[in-house]
Design a protein around this ligand. Structure first.
Ligand code: ADP
Ligand code: MG
Length: 718
């Protein structure tokens, strides 16, 4: 354990700190702080720059400043009628005299002796011919006293003052900081040029200077990534050791015989990997990643067949009802021809039908049992239990959080798990996102796929674009129009004296007016009164969404205006034109996903990216989008996205605000974008260390840190 000589360690409760009792501990719990380790990982959200001393007359009017003043008059307490008091005195430096005031803090009177010198930090205001400061932070100053130049600012909660947090952190550092072994193996620390953990913890909270702060931060960011990568990989290994149903009969000829095509080499390889996994008693944990349209569904079907052939049941969970229905209508006929019973279980399934399905899933008699069930997260609901669980498949995994994925496999602890995703993940992120899964990559498209011709245009093409829409629909095609979700623009907080650790250097882009789905659909309906225009957005009820999607796939709607909710694997082969408005707001990977919604049938298909913005900003975004004209490889696009926008698109939230990857990716200090080089180093080191020592037996301090941090940060326990 990471313990100091006092027997106190990172897992000790905060109540071991003097002055922290039950009440304070409850307040701390509100900040997610229960142990000393949690407290030390409650990193400052910003730092006050108190080390940069100026003269009163040079103080900026709009920000807090640090000044060194000598107390020039005896402090006087003034009582007001309202029982309030204020303490008042004058203090000076070489440039002027300042009136200093504190409200309701008479007890400070003795601190400010005539002639004593303080470093005051606060807003300096002009006051007559002189200056005034109201309730500044005061620290006794002398030439020899080493006052810290940077002062941590913490996220707070009621009941705990900033001072209290600073004091408790300092105490925690004293108790456990620097005691015991550095959790990071020495050879890694040296190779990556990192400071010790003790130095990092001290300097992130009480930095000696900016340099020390940067050094500290680099180490802690590394540790966050490193622990996450280790934790993800180890939690998988720990739970997946044995107990899975051995599915030795991996013959899928009955399936392939029914397909109107031959499997691609990549599909065959993925199926072979699945077949090998399922023949063992170690539960499979595999993800099949491949570009939209590469044919992942048939891999899932093969796995499901293998499970059923070996006397087991298989479940396929899709993120939306529309997608679940689509899988069901594609797969059920195939399975039924093989004499395999198949059911659809979604929220919209009638209650009586639901009950029958649940009974048939749990039926002890194999002849009366449903072997294959396809559905949405309705499959996770209570009362869904399998008599002989064999395989769980989740489709379009990026739409599910880690928790939901875990929920379905927890329900069927020993079942084989197969996950499918169309989001090509840059290599450096794969371990972070899918560290617990083995990877099958489908890097080959079925033959004869046509390319979706892509154009980048600006507003001046609007007329021509409308003409193009008309032409496509005139020829019997259908059109998607995607708009970004409208977001409130947030202004940066007016805290000029606060120096945020991660400097935000980005230029605020001038935006073209955002096309919001609903109003834009109305606009388009006016432009095209002869067609049916409908809209789709994330806030609609799922039944409404399904109805619209259904009408679109039936062809009764010609133009579908939508936020990115249609991004997920829906198949409308007749759709041949994808228009993306404000395309500059999307990541390239996301645009690639959107583009994958067309070109799924025999019609020649097009993608038009309408980029807003004017001047150089407009030019820059059009240049970025131009990649889409020439590149059709999802992985190449993903790598570009990572380089240009950071990994937010893969880790964070989507443009429509929905959470793409929940669980485990909210790092405290690290910014997977800014720190992507460190992310690559740390994940690579984690992989290497586990290869030789899968349980970290030789690194007890590291194992303890992973244990103390991973589960909390991964959202596995809250
Ligand atoms: P995704 O990987 O996006 O889930 P699907 O599994 O939905 O892709 O497949 C897309 C389309 O490609 C489907 O219509 C499917 O029938 C077809 N398909 C899959 N594999 C092949 C193949 N090897 N040859 C030809 N068409 C294929
Ligand atoms: Mg799919």
């Amino acid at each position: 354990m990471l313990q100091g000589s006092t027997g106190v360690g990172i897992t000790s409760p905060v109540t071991v700190l003097p002055g922290v009792g039950k009440t304070k501990a409850e307040y701390y719990a509100k900040l997610g702080i229960q142990t000393l380790g949690d407290l030390l990982r409650h990193y400052p959200r910003a730092y006050e720059n108190r080390g940069e001393i100026c003269l009163l007359e040079d103080a900026r009017p709009d920000a807090k400043s640090a000044v060194i003043l000598t107390v020039g008059t005896e402090p006087r307490v003034v009582r007001l009628r309202s029982h309030k008091t204020f303490l008042k005195f004058r203090a000076f430096d070489d440039s002027g005299v300042c009136e200093v005031v504190y409200f309701n803090q008479d007890y400070l009177k003795n601190q400010f002796r005539l002639g004593s010198i303080f470093r005051f930090f606060g807003k300096v205001e002009r006051h007559g011919k002189g200056f005034a400061m109201s309730s500044p932070v005061a620290e006794a100053w002398s030439e020899s006293a080493q006052l810290p130049p940077l002062w941590a600012v913490y996220r707070m909660t009621d009941g705990i003052s900033p001072k209290q947090i600073a004091k408790d952190v300092a105490m925690a550092l004293e108790l456990i900081g620097g005691r015991g072994e550095d959790p990071l193996p020495e050879h890694l620390r040296r190779r990556r040029g990192l400071c010790t953990r003790a130095y990092a913890e001290r300097n992130i909270h009480c930095p000696e200077n900016w340099q020390a702060l940067a050094t500290a931060r680099r180490r802690l960011v590394y540790d966050e990534f490193f622990c996450f990568a280790l934790g993800a990989a180890m939690s998988y290994r720990a739970t997946k050791t044995h107990g899975a149903p051995i599915c030795a009969n991996g013959d899928i000829a009955a399936l392939t015989a029914q397909l109107p095509y031959h499997l691609t080499g990549a599909q065959a390889r993925a199926i072979e990997e699945i077949r090998r996994d399922m023949a063992r008693d170690v539960p499979m944990s595999r993800i099949v990643v491949g570009d939209v349209g590469c044919g992942k569904t048939v891999c899932a079907a093969a796995a499901m067949l293998i499970a059923v052939q070996n006397g087991r049941q298989a479940a396929l969970m899709a993120p939306t009802e529309i997608l679940a229905r689509q899988h069901y209508s594609d797969l059920a006929p195939i399975f039924e021809r093989l004499g395999i019973s198949c059911a659809l279980l979604i929220g919209a399934t009638a209650a009586a039908q639901k009950r029958r399905i649940k009974e048939a899933l749990a039926a002890p008699d194999p002849d009366r049992r449903i072997a294959v069930v396809i559905g949405t997260h309705a499959l996770l609901s209570d009362g869904v239990a399998f008599a002989a669980p064999g395989l769980v498949v989740t489709d379009e995994q990026h739409r599910f959080g880690a928790r939901q994925r875990a929920a379905l496999s927890d329900k069927n602890a020993h079942a084989h798990l197969l996950v499918m995703s169309a989001t090509p993940i840059p290599r450096s992120l794969a371990l972070v996102l899918y560290g617990d899964l083995d990877l099958s990559k489908i890097d080959e498209m079925p033959p004869g796929r046509q390319r979706v011709d892509t154009f980048v245009v600006d507003e001046s093409y609007r007329e021509r674009l409308n003409g193009f829409i008309e032409k496509q629909i005139g020829q019997g095609g259908q059109v998607y129009v995607v708009c970004p979700a409208v977001e409130e623009q947030e202004l940066p907080p007016d805290e000029l004296a606060l120096c945020e650790i991660s400097s935000e250097g980005s230029v605020r882009e001038e935006q073209a007016p955002l096309k919001a789905a609903v109003s834009y659909a109305e606009e388009l309906q006016k432009t095209f009164p002869q067609y049916r225009v409908a809209f789709l957005h994330g806030k609609m009820k799922s039944a409404e969404k399904d109805a619209v999607m259904h009408a679109f796939s039936e062809g009764t709607i010609q133009i579908l205006v939508s936020t990115t909710v249609i991004e997920v694997g829906v198949n409308v082969p007749n759709a041949c034109l994808m228009i993306v408005e404000n395309a500059e707001r999307f990541g390239l990977s996301q645009l690639h996903q959107l583009r994958g919604r067309v070109g799924r049938g025999t019609r020649k298909s097009y993608c038009v990216l309408v980029a807003g913005g004017t001047g150089t900003i407009g030019e820059r975004s059009r240049a970025r989008l131009a990649t889409m004209r020439t590149t059709y490889d999802g992985y190449a696009i993903a790598e570009q996205d990572l380089a240009q926008r950071g990994p937010g698109d893969f880790l964070g939230t989507a443009a429509d605000g929905s959470v793409r990857q929940s669980g485990g990716l909210a790092f405290r200090l690290a910014d997977a974008g800014e720190d992507s080089a460190t992310l690559t180093d740390a994940t690579c080191d984690a992989r290497a260390i586990l290869k030789d020592d899968p349980t970290l037996q030789e690194y007890p301090a590291l194992a303890a840190l992973v244990q103390a941090t991973f589960a909390v940060d991964a959202g596995l326990i809250s």
